[in-house]
Write a protein that binds this ligand. Structure first.
Ligand SMILES: [Zn+2]
Length: 85
C-alpha cells in the first residue's frame, strides 16, 4: 500500500534525492531524480532487478509502468515542488 512508507527529502537545495522508509523503519531506500535527463532511480531490489530500462541504470520519469512504489510515493508527494524548483 502507498501509505506504508515515509518519504523524506535529503537534498533540500536540489529536490533530487529522497529517502523512502517503510513504516516499521526497517527498510530505507534512496530515490534519485534527475530532471536534466528526466530519469529516476531507486536502489530497492524491485527496481534494480525488474524495472530499470536505461542503460546506466534507471527509468524515465514519465514511464510510470517502470516506477517502483518508492518512486511513485516520491512523485505523488513532491512532484509539484520538484518541477517548480
Ligand atoms: Zn524502490
Amino acid at each position: 500500500m502507498m501509505n506504508d512508507v515515509k518519504v523524506e527529502c535529503i537534498d533540500k537545495d536540489h529536490l533530487g534525492l529522497f529517502t523512502v522508509k517503510s513504516s516499521d523503519g526497517k527498510r530505507e531506500y534512496c530515490v534519485d531524480i534527475d530532471l536534466d535527463d528526466m530519469t529516476v532511480y531507486c536502489d530497492c531490489p524491485d527496481f534494480k532487478y525488474r524495472r530499470q530500462t536505461e542503460r546506466w541504470g534507471g527509468a524515465l520519469l514519465n514511464d510510470g509502468s517502470h516506477h517502483c512504489k518508492h518512486i511513485k510515493s516520491v512523485l505523488r508527494l513532491h512532484w509539484r515542488d520538484i518541477k517548480s524548483r
